[in-house]
Design a protein around this ligand. Structure first.
Ligand code: FAD
Length: 139
């Protein structure tokens, strides 16, 4: 069985062994004008499932904004990802960002591609020239 739009509230069990998952249904609200949608619990939709084993596969909701990014004063996009210019540099000179932190949750292939592009831009910034190849997709 597969089910979606559910928030797990807690696990319960006996002698350190999980027996039940306690959940509630959720719906997404907002998300217009470039702002992230908000997950809202559906009142009265709490339910339980029996469980023998729980595997966690959690999605990415965005970079932590209350620590390093805040300390450096890095500008974020309206979707709370890191804002960069075409050379992957943030508003703070010498600080670069790529991958999920820059584009939001995505794919490994994009992370690899952006990582290589970003490395090339860092090299260029530090050395004034680079021998690293640019991808044909770089704009
Ligand atoms: C559950 C799940 C399933 C997925 N399945 C797939 C899939 O099947 N196929 C696919 O293509 N993609 C999948 N993805 C997406 C893919 O994993 C990401 O797009 C990719 O890993 C992003 O790479 P990244 O290097 O940008 O970030 P990450 O892989 O998140 O790497 C960031 C690294 O930075 C480290 N870090 C964070 N803060 C700090 C700090 N302050 N100091 C030092 N280090 C720090 C973290 O520990 C982490 O190692 C999945 C993602 C999730 C969450």
């Amino acid at each position: 069985m597969r089910d979606w739009s559910i928030n797990t509230k807690k696990f319960s069990g006996e002698n350190g062994v999980v027996k039940k998952i306690h959940m509630v249904r959720v719906q997404w609200e907002g998300g217009q004008n470039g702002t992230p949608p908000k997950m809202v619990e559906v009142p009265g939709s709490e339910f339980e499932l029996k469980a023998d084993l729980v595997l966690l596969a959690l999605g990415f909701l965005g970079p932590e904004t209350s620590t390093m990014l805040k300390d450096f004063g890095v500008t974020l996009t309206p979707r709370t990802n890191v804002q960069v210019d075409k050379d992957y540099m943030t508003n703070v000179p010498g600080i670069f960002s790529c991958g999920d932190m820059r584009r939001g949750q995505s794919l490994v292939v994009w992370a690899i591609w952006e990582g290589r592009e970003c490395a090339r831009c860092v090299d260029l910034n530090l050395m004034g020239a680079t021998a690293l190849q640019s991808s044909p997709f770089h704009s």
